[in-house]
Design a protein around this ligand. Structure first.
Ligand code: MN
Ligand code: MN
Length: 460
């Protein structure tokens, strides 16, 4: 062996190293992932789809009154927007659990609480964006509406407009270039102000009505006829506009997946598929699909919430184990996407430390901004353990630092698990155009993310 082969770190493109048999498995996995991504357009829809698939795979809703034994498969949905799953291990929880944590909320446009108005005979819905979006990317694309309207009489109405091919879709209008001279001179961040992200929902005035706001009245009547809601009901609604763009294979070689919400449903599905296939593990396997990551992980359904502690505490109680004693011996993979090196924008990446498409799941020792501010910064020992686990299980992985130092930054749920004294490291799928309405991933990387989660659940 040449000295440089012995001493230098080498990586290979997965397409060159993967067997035909495993490439077929990757295709099969990605078809399932694309179906999940198509169904899971919002955090509520993702939690519901995860629970539905979990029941198909033998999971039952956790019941505090029933005993738990090794091999049991349980889940709990938190307020419809977060889901926790576990497969009970042969070892006591005093030996720790193997946890993977992804998030199922994605950047989007939420409707304001009083969204509907009419201006110059066009009816609009006002929005308030959720998470870190680049506003100029959300104009003049087809949008669909999802969510719930909670009525004062405790009924809940589910809204879904645009996802079915026969439905109308919605558009936010940008200026035409002919009249956009002044707007074009604005910086990107200012050219589309948040208050201009207004969704057009109608233009016909209601016939036979006198008085003003007849277009708004027409829209309100359609909503009343379909859903039985009045304008006041918007006050207790959670309605989200998300891109109406089908999840598709991308590239002539079909090597990529294009779709909305891959941050972080690509890791969420990897965890799900891994825990669905986990039977009789040595360590209790735990899958967290959290909400609210994109706005700081706060609230009852975010990773800061006691909901996770409550679920783990319930599992520990069944074995007479103290929760903190379980945590201190647990490990957690914070499964969140990283930025893939983008050859069109090489100047913002440190190529050596960036994740590349088709080189596998990306591990990040740290995230954060500036001097790693806000980062979990995993210990070297955990990184070493994970390298061993991945090597044993044929997981192709790579290092993933999010861009150049001082170019920007970001965070994940890792710190909130770390704060609980759970040894935590970030690992996830590299994504191009993260947070855009149409994100790109490489199929092989999606598949390797799933293999990574499975390897962690299977680890001794
Ligand atoms: Mn994320
Ligand atoms: Mn994100």
């Amino acid at each position: 062996m040449e000295l440089r082969d012995q001493l230098f770190y080498r990586q290979s493109h997965i397409h060159d190293s993967i067997s035909d048999g495993e490439a077929a498995l990757a295709e099969e996995y990605c078809a399932k992932y694309m179906a999940f991504l198509s169904a899971a357009r919002t955090e509520r829809l993702a939690a519901a789809e995860a629970a539905r698939l979990a029941r198909e795979h033998g999971f039952t809703e956790f019941d505090r009154d029933l005993p738990l034994k090794p091999g049991d498969r349980v889940y709990r949905v938190i307020h419809g927007k977060m889901i926790l799953l576990a497969v009970i291990g042969r070892d006591s929880l005093s030996e720790g659990a193997h946890i993977c944590a992804a998030h199922i909320d994605s950047p989007r446009l939420d409707l304001k609480q009083l969204p509907l108005y009419e201006y110059h005979e066009v009816a609009y819905l006002k929005t308030h964006y959720y998470g870190g979006i680049r506003k100029y990317q959300w104009v003049n694309i087809p949008l669909e509406l999802h969510g719930v309207v909670a009525m004062a009489d405790s009924r809940t109405v589910t809204v879904n407009i645009g996802a079915d091919p026969g439905d109308p879709v919605f558009v936010i209008a940008d200026l035409l270039p002919h009249l956009g001279y002044k707007q074009s001179d604005q910086p990107l961040a200012k050219a589309i102000p948040g208050e201009k992200l207004n969704i057009i929902v109608g233009s016909h005035p209601l016939k036979g009505e006198d008085g003003g706001e007849r277009v708004k009245l027409g829209v309100m009547k359609l909503l009343f006829d379909k859903y039985g809601i009045t304008e006041e009901d918007f006050l207790s609604a959670e309605l989200e506009a998300v891109p109406n763009m089908p999840v598709r294979e991308s590239g002539l070689d079909r090597s990529l997946i294009a779709g909305y919400g891959q941050d972080d449903r690509v890791c969420a599905f990897a965890e799900l598929e891994a825990i669905y296939e986990t039977l009789d593990p040595q360590k209790t396997a735990v899958c967290i699909l959290a909400d609210k990551e994109e706005i700081g992980s706060v609230g009852a359904t975010g990773m800061v919430s006691r909901a996770f502690d409550c679920f783990m505490g319930d599992l520990c109680d069944k074995q007479g184990v103290k929760l903190d004693h379980c945590y201190e011996r647990s490990v957690c993979i914070s499964a969140d996407v990283s930025a893939a090196f983008d050859p069109s924008w090489p100047e913002v990446f440190d190529y050596r430390n960036s994740a590349k498409l088709n080189y596998g799941v990306g591990i990040s020792k740290f995230t954060g901004k500036g001097g790693k501010s806000g980062s979990n910064d995993a210990g070297a020992e955990l990184m070493g353990w994970l390298r061993g686990v991945f090597a044993e299980n044929g997981v192709t992985w790579q290092y993933a630092e999010l861009g150049k130092v001082d170019e920007g930054g970001g965070g994940t749920v890792a710190g909130y698990l770390g704060n609980r004294n759970i040894d935590t490291v970030d690992a996830g799928t590299p994504v191009i155009s993260m947070h855009s309405p149409y994100e790109l991933t490489a199929k092989y990387d999606c598949y390797m993310t799933y293999k990574a989660m499975k390897a962690v659940y299977d680890a001794k």
